[in-house]
Design a protein around this ligand. Structure first.
Ligand code: GLU
Length: 319
């Protein structure tokens, strides 16, 4: 009797201590609510939060401005992790292009890559835009400040010898606003570096007759040839109403990044939550459907791997 009483008491102490152990909050930077980054962050957090009882991590993934905003927030210590295009991961780590002024972010760490992101141009069908060059003199939503698309658009314009002044209007609306702007005839075209299918483009094509515009030519081929983080990309025909044929463009990868200042154990648990539940993760968005573990830990990563991530990949025998 005495023995059992003792056991019960021990049980009470054990569960009491588990419930009061300190929870650690982690924040993941994403993108606009109608994009895919938001789903990446929300999906990772959902899997992490299933295990809070074991690891005491509580994960949130608010909407943000996108790649550049996420990298800057991680550098400032305002966010722990975030999603960023592979081109901006490269430039932030090396202190090049848009990050030249700030200098190299030496502590930037890669965790894994996610889906491919074609540089996407979609135009109103009545705007007379069949090629990228037709954008000259038109009203174009070039992307919100802090987004990867605005930064990559600047690279494309630079390569072509254009500036924002070559457009009648260069608006900087967020993804959540751009489809309505296209539908309301406030802009002729929108630029979005994004995985497919996504809510923003779906909203656009269901609001107005719109067509995918190919992005090709000598300058684009040179960008692909000269930069390891760019590749030729195709937006499959039939994915959206109004674009039955494949659309040729170039693209990057969405990648998941963090800082060397974030604890190994935290990153390890986040990575474990994703890859221990990989089939579940892949079902959370159609853009994740064809992901493979192998590609996710090799492609698109230019910053060093975070030690916590490397620990998990070694445990699984992947490296
Ligand atoms: N590639 C975009 C960016 O870097 C975000 C796309 C998305 O939200 O899915 O800002």
């Amino acid at each position: 009797m005495k023995f059992f009483k003792h056991l019960a008491l021990m049980g009470a102490i054990a569960s009491g201590s588990a419930a009061t152990a300190e929870e650690q909050f982690i924040t993941i930077g994403t993108g606009g609510q109608t994009g895919v980054y938001f789903v990446v962050g929300q999906s990772i957090c959902r899997l992490v939060n299933r295990g809070t009882a074991d690891h005491n991590l509580k994960c949130t993934a608010p909407s943000t401005g996108g790649s550049i905003a996420n990298i800057n927030a991680i550098k400032a210590g305002d966010m722990d992790m975030g999603v960023a295009q592979s081109d901006w991961q490269f430039h932030a780590y090396n202190g090049t292009s848009k990050f030249e002024e700030d200098g190299a972010f030496d502590n930037l760490r890669a965790v894994f890559s996610v889906h491919g992101e074609p540089f996407t141009v979609i135009a109103r069908a009545d705007a007379g835009i069949a090629t990228f060059d037709d954008l000259k003199g038109k009203r174009v939503n070039v992307g919100n400040p802090g987004s990867g698309q605005l930064a990559t658009m600047e690279v494309v314009l630079d390569a072509k010898g254009w500036t924002m002044d070559d457009f009648a209007l260069a608006s900087e609306l967020k993804p959540a606003e751009q489809a309505a702007a296209l539908g309301d005839n406030k802009v002729d075209a929108i630029i979005y570096t994004v995985g497919h299918p996504n809510g923003s483009i779906q909203e656009a094509v269901s609001t107005v007759d719109a067509v995918m515009v190919p992005v090709e030519g000598a300058e684009i081929e040179a960008l692909i040839a000269d930069n390891p983080f760019y590749a030729a990309a195709t937006i499959p025909g039939g994915m959206y109403e109004g674009s039955p044929e494949d659309t040729t463009t170039f693209g990057v990868k969405a990648t998941f990044v963090t800082s060397a200042d974030v604890d190994d154990e935290v990153v390890y648990q986040v990575v474990k939550a994703v890859f221990d539940n990989f089939d579940r993760f892949k079902r959370l968005h159609p853009a994740f459907e064809n992901l493979t573990e192998e590609e996710m830990i090799s492609g698109g990563l230019s910053a060093p791997l975070h030690d916590g991530a490397a620990r998990y990949y070694k445990e699984r025998g992947w490296m």
